[in-house]
Design a protein around this ligand. Structure first.
Ligand SMILES: [Zn+2]
Ligand SMILES: [Zn+2]
Length: 377
């Protein structure tokens, strides 16, 4: 089998790779070749589709097993663009698999298979898709409209989804008579499993469509613009109803889940609904108090530092933080004062500190020992 058609080689994992290793390898490559990262680069896009297809096979234990057994028609069909993971999986519902391995895809496919009945095309809600979007800190705080390129499947244009060469049609599977399952009676029990001949599709394609290689589906990239609401965090999950893969036979489409990846700000640290900012003070500012300028999300504000401010003191500006989820107003910004202690001093500063130590008398630690002595007595 050519290297291009071996999903293990495409993902760069060993034959014994665990599900986790496969997922990791896939995510890494998918990020690297994602159309968003390589705008206008058709080679990267092809590679991206290839990676998605490879993951399709290896992330599904049944498809993986079938591939490992060599029983799949991967090598049998001479397909443009490499193997087609769907061709041994059966109907459209299986082919439209969730590229990112998330959400409810697996369950929907399982249900669809069991319900397969001869002569009645399966109806299946389209699969949910999941994708990640990278946002700057600013975009996350203020909201943004971002372009997305989501890999998905659509019915093959040549065969309109049947998988059969135009002019021919899929044949009813002779092993299961189109039921998609094989049943075996053992006493009062009847054990059913997906048909080994048609892999649950109920039909077999003798003369595959040259465009899709019999899968009935073509990989495509769905481009859309998404409004990211203000105030999202790193790891927020945004559901876009009906933006997943199309359903088959008039069934509704799946949903698209967008996971946000938010870059860190060098200034603002997220803490729940609020933001935290570390504000350095000089020793004289901490001792004498000061009016200082602090950054806000929209610019800056003046803040009064009281005389004798201690290291670690927090002041907060209410409702200057990011939008809370569900429109419940805005969070706060917490300014935490840290007193900057110079590591080296000029001769002039040394003199000043010497003078300071002369006039600041007393032992601030004396009470520590009084307390200890009191407790011991
Ligand atoms: Zn069958
Ligand atoms: Zn086709």
């Amino acid at each position: 089998m050519a290297e291009r058609t071996d999903p293990y080689k495409i993902l760069g994992v060993g034959k014994n790779a665990s599900e986790d290793e496969i997922k990791k390898a896939y995510r890494k490559l998918a990020r690297q070749y994602h159309p968003d990262r390589n705008p206008g680069d058709t080679k990267a896009e092809d590679r991206f589709k290839e990676i998605s297809q490879a993951y399709d096979v290896l992330s599904d234990p049944e498809k993986r097993k079938a591939f490992d057994r060599g029983a799949s028609p991967l090598g049998g069909f001479n397909m443009p663009g490499g193997f087609d993971p769907g061709s041994f999986a059966g109907g459209f519902g299986d082919i439209l698999s969730n590229l990112f391995g998330g959400a409810s895809g697996g369950a929907a496919a399982g249900g669809g298979r069991a319900g397969n009945v001869r002569g009645r095309p399966r109806e299946a809600k389209g699969r949910d898709l999941e994708t990640e979007v990278s946002l700057s800190f600013d975009q996350a705080v203020k909201g943004a409209q971002v372009p997305l390129a989501v890999p998905t499947s659509r019915p093959c244009e040549t065969c309109h989804g049947s998988g059969a060469r135009p002019g021919t049609s899929p044949k009813v599977c002779p092993v299961c008579q189109g039921r998609g399952v094989e049943s075996e009676s053992q006493g009062i029990f009847s054990i059913s499993q997906p048909c080994s001949n048609c892999h649950g599709a109920g039909t077999i394609i003798e003369d595959p469509c040259p465009t899709c290689g019999g899968s009935g589906a073509q990989r495509t990239v769905h481009r859309l613009r998404v409004n990211i609401p203000a105030g999202v965090r790193d790891g927020s999950r945004i559901r876009l109803a009906g933006k997943g893969e199309p359903g088959m036979n008039g069934a509704p489409p799946g949903d698209l889940y967008v996971i946000t990846r938010v870059s860190e700000s060098p200034v603002f640290k997220r803490s729940g609904d609020n933001l935290e900012v570390e504000v350095p003070l000089t020793i004289p500012e901490a001792i004498r108090g000061a009016v200082i300028e602090v950054p806000t999300l929209n610019g800056s504000k003046r803040l009064r530092v009281p005389r004798g401010t201690r290291h670690g003191t927090v002041q907060r500006l209410r409702s200057e933080g990011p939008q809370r989820p569900n429109g419940k107003g805005r969070g706060d910004i917490h300014y935490r004062f840290v007193i900057e202690v110079p590591e080296s001093l000029s001769p002039e500063q040394t003199e000043a500190v010497d003078k300071l130590s002369e006039v600041m008398e007393g032992d601030p630690r004396a009470r520590l020992f009084q307390r200890a002595a009191g407790a011991g007595a």
